[in-house]
Design a protein around this ligand. Sequence first.
Ligand SMILES: Nc1nc2c(ncn2[C@@H]2O[C@H](COP(=O)(O)OP(=O)(O)OP(=O)(O)O)[C@@H](O)[C@H]2O)c(=O)[nH]1
Ligand SMILES: [Mg+2]
Length: 251
Amino acid sequence: MSQLSTNHHKSHPKIIAAIPCLNEAQFIADIVTKAKKYVDRVIVIDDGSTDRTSEIARDAGADVIRHEKRKGAGAATQSGFQAARTNGADILVTLDGDGQHNPDEIPALISPITEGKADLVIGSRFPQPHLNQSQLISINLNHVPKYRKLGIDVITWLYNFGSKMKVSDSQSCFRAHSRKLLQAIEITEPGFGFSVEVLIKARRNGLAIMEVPISCIYHPQGSTDNPITHGLGVAFTVMKLRLFKHQEIIS
Ligand SMILES: Nc1nc2c(ncn2[C@@H]2O[C@H](COP(=O)(O)OP(=O)(O)OP(=O)(O)O)[C@@H](O)[C@H]2O)c(=O)[nH]1
Ligand SMILES: [Mg+2]
């Protein structure tokens, strides 16, 4: 992995994109190519794929971190957090490698951080009225399957319950993170529970959380994991993290 010059000209924040991938050979080349237009470096975390994800990502110009064995989307994102810290990123963008997120929406996610308004920006598939719609670039394809929407709503409700800091989409992993957040938060959940773990720790650290609307493309070949176990696993993680406040916080 070539070491980018760290004495980056400070007027331009150093932006890194991390893309956790499990068998995404079909989509990854296009995503890396598009994302490279908006960031200084693209890092693909290959979470034990058995297809040509690593090779295709590298050929498209990404740096690749490979987990020999599958560890989970949370563990893969944690490797992205670590690589961003090691390379002195001012902003880390995370997006999925399965073509559901549109890299052309990266600027919309980054701007609240460059404007100093947020430490965590979530790309929401369910934009609330107060969000400025004009940011939506592509036609809204957010046909989130109903059963998935129900699962996401339950988890988002569990996260919002009793808190002033509410979000509309706790499960979206198309996010931007500030250097301050990267220094304050460690991901310990190996699976999809990491999505709410980062939210809960950000809120506990008093970090500013914002949402911007995104489009999300659902491909006909559909979901990878079993949505029920996926949803229940994350719901359990929210309850565990919110109930047991003694969770480790680095700072
Ligand atoms: N499912 C799954 N995805 C992983 C894993 N490790 C990395 N990933 C990547 O994590 C990202 C999100 O996973 P998805 O399975 O797309 O999760 P999702 O978007 O909530 O669910 P879908 O609607 O099924 O796509 C994708 O880029 C995956 O390739 C893993 O162990 N399981
Ligand atoms: Mg997906």
